[in-house]
Design a protein around this ligand. Structure first.
Ligand SMILES: Nc1nc2c(ncn2[C@@H]2O[C@H](COP(=O)(O)OP(=O)(O)O)[C@@H](O)[C@H]2O)c(=O)[nH]1
Ligand SMILES: [Mg+2]
Length: 296
């Protein structure tokens, strides 16, 4: 189950800057040899402290994070829905995405009024495109959106508060994207020395949230500890199908323990002795943080 997030917004607001910062550091694992699948499509590892802790218990040969796809969609302009500026092509790309990150220019001298206008243009384009669409289930304007206000030093904390009050979006972040590119090129020690922190992990996890996604883990007998992405509320055979199609079609049962319990127990064996490993049937709904062994 791979999820795709489209980066949208007007031209020159920092979309490609965000894409560059996100894809700067390769996922670096055999299963994903290319971080950038296409010049504008990249795979980004989902930050996951739990995965590291499970790996400390299991000591696998290989640790594999789960990934999320980001697509740098070219800038939308007014009347894109009528085909302006290759608008139809861009809107078709948006249709293929599960969620959107909208970058809004709030750097330099962008006034609150211009920010409001920019947001309105994009909203209107998506809604107008939806009006012509026959497919009512895939409406562009109904996709979950995370707003990223691209700020810089000139926009002070006060302005941030003002903007937050102006727009009561369910999900928004204030990020200096230019700084993020610089951070992505620094070593850990340089970042520490400068006392700065990246907000990209938070952004990636916010995308996870707006998509109602959870993470479950497999440990494949100590060979590989791996994180997987699943929609909230699905049953264990569906999770199995993501790992291997046989795990869904030939599913018999699964052994499940929460990451937290496994980490506390210190080993799979110990967790079993403590009676903490649950044997479940087809009906079990996977929870965020479950470590699952599929039995077929
Ligand atoms: N001052 C400033 N300039 C930025 C920032 N982000 C992007 N830019 C500039 O805005 C221009 C467009 O950036 P780009 O990411 O290519 O925009 P896109 O058209 O939305 O993909 C470039 O000249 C960037 O250097 C930022 O955070 N601060
Ligand atoms: Mg661009």
């Amino acid at each position: 189950m791979s999820f795709s997030v489209g980066i949208i917004g007007l031209p020159n607001v920092g979309k490609s800057t965000l894409f560059k910062a996100l894809t700067k550091n390769p996922v670096g694992i055999a299963d994903y040899p290319f971080t950038t699948i296409h010049p504008n499509v990249g795979l980004v590892a989902v930050p996951d402290k739990r995965l590291e802790k499970i790996a400390q218990v299991i000591k696998p040969e290989k640790i594999t994070p789960t990934v999320i796809e980001f697509v740098d969609i070219a800038g939308l302009v007014k009347d894109a829905h009528k085909g302006e500026g290759l608008g139809n092509q861009f809107l078709a790309q948006i249709r293929n995405c599960d969620a959107l990150v909208e970058v809004v220019k709030a750097f330099d001298n962008a006034s609150n009024a211009s920010i409001e206008k920019d947001i309105e243009i994009i909203k209107t384009e998506l809604e107008k495109k939806d009006l012509e669409s026959k497919e009512k289930e895939n409406l562009l304007s109904k996709k979950p959106i995370l707003y990223v206000f691209n700020i810089n030093e000139q926009r002070t904390k006060n302005n941030e508060q003002e903007l937050k009050q102006m727009f009561s979006f369910p999900c928004s972040l204030f990020i200096d994207l230019k700084l993020e590119v610089e951070i992505s090129e620094m070593s850990e020690s340089e970042i520490k020395e400068l006392g700065i922190a990246s907000k990209l992990d938070q952004m990636i996890l916010s995308c996870y949230d707006i998509l109602s996604l959870i993470t479950f883990y497999t440990i494949t007998r100590g060979k590989e500890t791996r994180a997987w992405t699943l929609k909230k509320g699905l049953r264990v055979p569906v999770a199995g199908g993501i790992v291997h199609s046989d795990f869904e079609t030939k599913f018999i049962r699964a052994e499940v323990i929460s990451a937290q319990k496994l980490i506390a127990a210190g080993s799979w064996k110990q967790a079993r002795e403590l009676g903490q490993i649950l044997t479940t049937g087809k009906e079990y709904v996977v929870e965020d943080g479950d470590v699952v062994e599929f039995k077929i």
